[in-house]
Design a protein around this ligand. Structure first.
Ligand code: CA
Length: 232
């Protein structure tokens, strides 16, 4: 599978030039010019590497970088920051915000391509997992949609991540603390009761169309199981 490179850049000429060169290297390329949409697009597309412009309208590249680093499901995606010449201070800020590398404009295309390649060396192969299935529950990981039998199940993003975590390892009991850390992230303060609230929503959404496979393990947490013996 091809790696996807996401370019977050509002200067069209630069975005086009990058797209052209990255596609020539065989990458799948996505361009987003609006800072305000960038985070949602990263979550939706899950690129292998992100080229992130420093100066964006509405929200800065550094802010976007910090936001990406605070989201459990996207925080490990390598980020290369692109910035104007001679701003050493920016470099420090960018790296502090969690960027993996830093390229100064105007940059040399072969050098940037080499840096993209370096970041991809550490990146996992793009997941061929297009679908996660548990009994009659099917998660379409490309479209980010959930079905139970033939029925489309509308889930919020948190419920989607919760279900993904449970379905990836059926039978495993996940503690509330683990779920908080891995579904909500380190940087967000939420009480462990929040997990219960979202599990309840997830159950309500799924159970219209079949038995309750989510198991509550008292004082511990939750799992997904074919023989749910809910202790609640
Ligand atoms: Ca810019």
């Amino acid at each position: 599978m091809q790696h996807t490179v996401m370019i977050i850049e509002d200067e069209e000429a630069i975005a086009l030039m990058l797209r052209y060169n990255l596609e020539k290297e065989g990458y799948n390329v996505i361009v987003e010019s609006r800072g305000s949409k960038a985070l949602a697009e990263v979550e939706r597309n899950h690129p292998s590497v992100i080229l992130l412009d420093w100066m964006l309208p509405e929200i800065s590249g550094v802010e976007i970088c910090k936001l990406i680093r605070s989201k459990p499901d996207i925080k490990t995606i390598p980020i290369i920051m692109l910035t104007a010449k001679g701003e050493e201070e920016d470099k420090v800020k960018g790296l502090t915000a969690g960027a993996d590398d830093y390229v100064t404009k105007p940059f040399s295309v072969p050098e940037l391509m080499a840096r993209v390649k370096t970041q991809l060396r550490h990146a996992p192969e793009p997941s061929s997992e297009k679908e996660l299935v548990f009994e009659d529950i099917r998660m379409d990981m490309v479209e980010k949609k959930v079905f139970r039998g033939d029925n489309y199940i509308h889930l919020g993003p948190t419920e989607f991540r919760l279900l993904k975590m449970l379905i990836e390892t059926p039978g495993k009991v996940f503690s509330r603390e683990y779920l908080l850390k891995n579904v909500w992230g380190d940087n967000i303060y939420v009480e462990s009761r929040t997990v219960d609230v979202h599990i309840r929503r997830l159950r309500r959404a799924l159970n219209d169309y079949g038995p309750d496979y989510i198991r509550t393990v008292r004082a511990t947490g939750y799992s997904i199981d074919v023989n749910p013996q809910s202790e609640e």
